[in-house]
Ligand binder design. Structure first.
Ligand code: SF4
Length: 174
């Protein structure tokens, strides 16, 4: 699979990463989120475009590691199989939900805008400036459009489901 077909997705990932780097800098020392803090690494379902990006990265792991991860899917189905010894094996290729998790996000619920973030982070912070907040509704809209464009460009038979469990996603290109 060429990079071109994932270009829009890669660009979106870069935008999100650049935003979260700014948040890291603004709240330096007030975020618990770091390597080993992995309570949020549960079993996920992701969009096909993310699934293919992860499957491609997964192919670059050595066979032993791929087999170990495959075994983990059966051993602990509720935990993300990529979490090995408290470290994400494909951290550089993790999906967008993992890139935004724990950061201050907004989303609409029952007609009202809600703000959420990991309770371990931002201790004592009472207010977030608008530019710090990630609108999950907007991000999901863009991701949805990027995914739709990606699906237009590939030809799969049978058609892919709307969301793909991470354990299946890893083996899409195997
Ligand atoms: S992909 Fe990586 S960061 Fe995301 S849930 Fe799995 S182990 Fe955690």
């Amino acid at each position: 699979m060429s990079n071109d077909i994932l270009e829009n997705y890669i660009r979106l990932v870069q935008r999100v990463d650049s935003h979260t780097r700014r948040v890291d800098a603004a709240f330096s020392g007030r975020m618990a989120c770091k390597k080993g803090c992995d309570a949020c690494c549960r079993y996920l379902s992701i969009f096909p475009v993310e699934a293919f990006a992860m499957a491609r990265a997964f192919l670059n792991l050595d066979q032993d590691r791929r087999e170990r991860i495959n075994a983990r899917i059966k051993e602990a189905p509720e935990v993300c199989p990529l979490l090995v010894d408290h470290v994400c094996v494909l951290y550089h290729a993790r999906p967008l939900i993992c890139r935004t998790h724990g950061y201050p996000v907004t989303f609409e619920s029952d007609g009202a805008l809600q703000v959420d973030f990991c309770p371990l982070n931002f201790k004592g912070v009472q207010h977030f400036d608008q530019e710090i907040l990630i609108s999950l509704d907007q991000l999901n809209q863009v991701l949805f459009a990027v995914n739709a464009r990606f699906l237009d460009q590939i030809d799969t038979e049978p058609l892919l489901p709307d969301r793909i469990p991470i354990g299946d996603a890893l083996f899409l290109l195997a």
